[in-house]
Design a protein around this ligand. Structure first.
Ligand SMILES: Cc1cc2nc3c(=O)[nH]c(=O)nc-3n(C[C@H](O)[C@H](O)[C@H](O)COP(=O)(O)OP(=O)(O)OC[C@H]3O[C@@H](n4cnc5c(N)ncnc54)[C@H](O)[C@@H]3O)c2cc1C
Length: 500
């Protein structure tokens, strides 16, 4: 039976769900609040510079490949990807630097030069432990809908937890391996991608470190938003309708009411908007008191001149990393000497900025709206970043030809991210895996959730897996059959075109 689906939100999670369902022949309408697809993964333009609006690191290729493969396509026919090697340059406060790379020989050389042979000698075993953790955690704790507590707490699962010690503390584990504080930062800061401090994270998030050092960081031509655009195009080719500038005001049973007053009905509604927002604003319920991730202050800068010491991806650590994270996560203060990330995607694609210009993107982790954001906070943060860039890579403020920013207020007001928490609800243990909010609404049997604040979590690969989990659940619960519905409007034959 052909079913009709309404997807609220055209973030990557919503688009991937729409593509999967449309590929099966179901009728799908995507309603997007803004004027672009992609959500957090959208394009930002300033003067003649192009920027990745939010995410800029493409890691863990498997869920990307799987989405294309599951709909009978090859990723390489739609995305022209290349490895960023080195992955990134790290600037430490003592002026030393290291280029992170999945090339083990180069990492050994650099660690030896920076910290001596004893530290370098520990690297291969550390990478091996990360690999083991990754290959246990991803199939069993990430690609898992946890249909019952047994699927989380069976003897086999407990054995996996114990054998990898995945619930131990990440930063303590790294500190037990490496004595040098710079290496400790280098191999643990990746939890910041989830808006989480490594000092508060379980070792299982070492999977992120493995993604970088075991598999590497990739770049698709056209920038990361090219991924969302390609998935949207394929969904439309399979008959899905994507409506932009169509904000939904509320969900009522099997219907959604748009802000325009229009009502649409379907068999199933799937919300890709942030889960706590969906519960509060669209379902009119009081969400459980979630813990939220930090937010991000992002600057998009048209810089006239060159910054040759910077690579495509760059990480700047302040003098006191731990103090920085304490301010951010515990004292709820704007850090004075923040660690930040800087990106110049022009390094991998020359036409992202005009000749003689850099498209400089800066991301500074900052508190979510539990701490009010104001112009003074913005000024302090900007100054801290510009001072550091000036002393480290010769950045000059007078060369800024355009600057636009996105603050916690923008994440909340534009994309409806509750409390401006740019990475959704926090990924701490009590809100991850089995404990992450279920992808079916507590209040409405016809409403499902997909995206960063439901299972498995935040990040582009995770929201693609979230779409896999929704499809699997709809089949398991008998909402759709595990087959393809052929319709006159289907412009291709899904069975014939399905890849082996
Ligand atoms: C600054 C930043 C940097 C990041 N860097 C990386 C990175 O390098 N690599 C990585 O893998 N991940 C990164 N992430 C995380 C990644 O961007 C997200 O996990 C992912 O994009 C979330 O996708 P989603 O589909 O869950 O939701 P979203 O992208 O948030 O999409 C939800 C959509 O729903 C729409 N919507 C909301 N309310 C309504 C409504 N009422 N009606 C209609 N539409 C509505 C929104 O407009 C939006 O388009 C980053 C995130 C941020 C913010």
């Amino acid at each position: 039976m052909r079913k009709s689906f309404i997807v609220i939100g055209a973030g990557l999670g919503g688009l991937a769900t729409a593509l999967r369902l449309a590929h099966r022949g179901h009728q799908v309408t995507v309603l997007e609040k803004t004027d672009q697809v992609g959500g957090r993964n959208r394009e930002h333009r300033l003067n003649d510079c192009h920027f990745d609006g939010g995410p800029s690191l493409m890691m863990m290729l498997d869920p990307f490949r799987k989405l294309y493969r599951d709909v009978g396509e090859r990723m390489e026919d739609h995305l022209q990807i290349s490895l960023c090697d080195p992955s990134y340059r790290v600037f430490f406060a003592d002026k030393s630097r290291i280029d992170g790379t999945p090339n083990v020989a180069l990492m050994l050389e650099q660690i030896e030069r920076l910290c001596g042979p004893a530290e370098a000698a520990k690297y291969p075993q550390f990478l091996g432990e990360l690999a083991k953790l990754y290959h246990v955690a991803i199939p069993h704790f990430v690609r898992n809908n946890f249909p019952n507590p047994w699927s989380y707490a069976s003897p086999a699962q407990l054995q996996r937890v114990l054998s990898t010690r995945m619930l131990g503390n990440l930063s303590k584990k790294v500190a037990r391996t490496f004595k040098d504080e710079r290496l400790q930062m280098l191999f643990s800061f990746q939890t910041m991608y989830l808006g989480l401090s490594p000092y508060d994270s379980p070792w299982v998030y070492g999977t992120l470190t493995y993604m970088e050092y075991g598999e590497g960081i990739w770049y698709p031509q056209g920038g990361l938003p090219a991924i969302s655009q390609s998935v949207a195009r394929l969904a439309e080719e399979r008959g899905a309708t994507i409506r932009l500038n169509a904000p939904v005001q509320r969900v009522d049973g099997k219907s959604v009411v748009l802000e325009s007053g229009e009502t649409l009905s379907g068999d199933i509604i799937i919300s890709n908007s942030d889960l706590p927002y969906t519960e509060r604003a669209l379902e009119n319920k009081t969400p459980k008191s979630f813990k939220y991730s930090c937010s991000a202050y992002v600057m998009y800068i048209d810089y006239q001149g060159t910054l040759p010491e910077m690579l495509h991806h760059n990480v700047f650590f302040g003098k006191d990393f731990r103090g920085n994270l304490n301010s951010l996560f515990h004292e709820l203060k704007t850090p004075e000497d923040p660690a930040f990330y800087a990106c110049i995607s022009k390094r991998s694609q020359a036409d992202r900025a005009p000749s003689g210009h850099e498209n400089l993107f800066i991301l500074v982790p900052c508190p979510n709206l539990d701490l009010p954001w104001d112009a003074e906070t913005e000024r302090i943060t900007q100054n801290a970043v510009f001072d550091r860039l000036s002393s480290e890579v010769g950045f000059e403020r007078s060369r800024i030809r355009g600057l636009e920013s996105r603050t916690p207020l923008d994440w909340r007001n534009e994309l409806n991210l509750e409390r401006g928490a740019a990475f959704g609800i926090s990924a701490e243990f009590i809100q991850s895996a089995f404990f992450r909010p279920d992808n079916r609404s507590k209040y409405n049997k016809s409403l499902y959730h997909v995206g960063a604040s439901t299972r498995p979590g935040n990040g582009l690969p995770m929201v693609l897996i979230s779409a896999e989990l929704i499809e699997e659940r709809l089949i398991r619960e008998g909402v759709i059959a595990d087959t393809y519905v052929l319709t006159p409007s289907t412009s291709f034959h899904p069975l014939k075109e399905k890849a082996p």
